[in-house]
Design a protein around this ligand. Structure first.
Ligand SMILES: [Zn+2]
Length: 130
């Protein structure tokens, strides 16, 4: 998201795993397009209008959390659910590694992740050889 965190929203720890609902709702208000009367998913370009459709929009990390992206307003993107799922599928390799993130933020385990990715590569090689 561009700009500053809108007033009235709670400050959160950039190392929190998820964006609060209030941040998601605020982002949707910011992104609401007056002419279109809705919010455009930046990935698929579909316009989401009305309460039911807007519910399908999700707050996600622009730079994936699993790759060291922080839970900050600047790193928040609004995506529709299918696009968000596709994005997560793309970084699924990293996601596997993220549940046991060490608590030493702000890098939240970037080094660990790099190491683990290396191990995974080795694993893939070993599997393909077998
Ligand atoms: Zn989309």
């Amino acid at each position: 998201m561009n700009g500053k965190l809108p007033a009235g929203l709670p400050d959160i720890d950039p190392c929190d795993r998820l964006f609060p609902h209030s941040w998601r709702d605020a982002a949707i208000r910011v992104l609401m397009h007056p002419q279109l009367g809705g919010v455009v998913c930046p990935r698929c370009g579909i316009v989401f209008r009305g309460r039911a459709e807007l519910r399908r929009l999700e707050a996600d990390h622009d730079m994936p959390y699993s790759q060291g992206g922080l839970t900050t307003w600047a790193n928040l993107v609004i995506l529709c659910r299918p696009c968000n799922r596709r994005k997560h599928a793309k970084v699924a390799g990293d996601y596997v590694l993220s549940p046991s993130l060490p608590g030493d933020c702000p890098s939240h385990g970037r080094g660990t992740l790099r190491e683990s990715s290396g191990n995974l590569d080795g694993l893939a090689t070993a599997v393909s050889k077998a």
